[in-house]
Design a protein around this ligand. Structure first.
Ligand SMILES: Nc1ncnc2c1ncn2[C@@H]1O[C@H](COP(=O)(O)OP(=O)(O)OP(=O)(O)O)[C@@H](O)[C@H]1O
Ligand SMILES: CC(C)(CO)[C@@H](O)C(=O)[O-]
Ligand code: BAL
Length: 287
């Protein structure tokens, strides 16, 4: 059993048009490949929701703000197709850069507000690249549902904004972060960690989880965040780009935990940048 692969917009549209003739619902799971169980959880959720699932695999050059990061990004199409086959996804869409951005391509989808701060402050241009390619993938597939992981929480909120602002008829479905047994959020960039770094890596999640619990019990926000930063650095991370409490739905900065929030962090471990986030609610909050 293998998953059919298409590489052009025309082929993709022809397959989807065939599905639509029998009124099948369609979901899309956008990825950059190097699939792991986090991606596969999105595909499983999509298969629960829609009759046809398209997984897209495109290492989007427009969202990389470092040539070295783009060059180092794993490209494992054959292994990815083999991982998808047993799940039952109906189509793998693998455009190349020319198909996605033909000569003369000149349009950028740029989302103000939500792209600022957090990862946006440290990856200039990144979220314009994400917004542009995601809008294209939604329009190319014409899917009814799109599945995104909460691991990339700012990206999820950005995608919601694009869909709302451009009236794209697609429902964005968030999926919880899948973690290793020791807490580390699955990410294709984890493969870059040395064994010693891999042993340190779960501390990012563990500190976030513990800090979220302390905040929920009423610990004051700013001193508690300062202690969390110290704990992450003491564990062996070399630099913290950000560690912030933000509103769960609006991503606005928060200095007291008076409504549901997210605690989000990005930190460098050697040459690898890890991100993670956890939900944080005031004790007794039902939201
Ligand atoms: N651990 C995870 N749990 C749930 N979803 C995830 C996880 N990791 C990635 N995803 C989701 O999979 C989709 C594709 O992500 P992507 O291909 O960038 O994978 P990644 O492992 O996050 O890679 P990267 O190294 O670029 O962070 C996104 O919606 C992302 O949020
Ligand atoms: C959504 C996405 C596939 C767009 O390139 C990418 O940002 C990712 O893998 O999260
Ligand atoms: N997971 C988001 C894609 C990126 O890091 O570029």
């Amino acid at each position: 059993m293998s998953v059919p692969i298409v590489r052009t917009v025309a082929e993709l549209r022809a397959v989807v048009a065939g599905w639509r003739r029998s009124d099948a619902s369609v979901a899309v799971v956008p990825t950059m490949g190097a699939l792991h169980d986090g991606h596969l959880s999105l595909v499983r959720a999509a298969l629960q929701k829609a009759e046809r699932v398209i997984v897209t695999l495109f290492v989007n050059p427009k969202q990389f703000n470092s040539a070295a990061d783009l060059a180092a990004y794993p490209r494992t199409e054959n292994q990815d197709a083999a991982k998808l086959a047993p799940l039952g996804a109906q189509l793998l869409y693998v455009p190349d850069a020319e198909e996605m951005y033909p000569p003369g391509f000149a349009t950028t989808v740029s989302v103000s507000g939500v792209r600022e701060g957090l990862c946006g402050a440290f990856r200039p241009g990144h979220f314009d690249g994400v917004a542009t390619v995601v809008a294209k993938l939604f329009l190319q597939t014409g899917a009814d549902f799109a599945f995104f992981g909460e691991k990339d929480f700012q990206q999820l909120q950005l995608v919601r904004r694009v869909v709302q602002d451009l009236d794209i008829p697609i429902t964005v479905v968030p999926c919880p972060t899948v973690r290793e047994a020791d807490g580390l959020a699955l990410s294709s960039r984890n493969a870059r960690l040395s064994p010693a770094e891999r042993a340190i890596a779960p501390n990012l999640a563990l500190v976030l989880i513990e800090t979220a619990e302390r905040l929920a019990r009423g610990s004051p926000v700013l001193p508690t965040l300062a202690e969390a930063r110290a704990a992450i650095l003491a564990a062996g991370f070399r630099d913290i780009e950000y560690l912030e409490l933000r509103g769960e739905t609006d991503l606005q900065p928060m200095t007291s935990l008076d409504r549901p929030a997210r605690l989000l962090a990005a930190s460098w471990l050697g040459e690898t940048r890890l991100i993670d986030n956890v939900r944080t609610s005031p004790i007794g909050s039902t939201n």
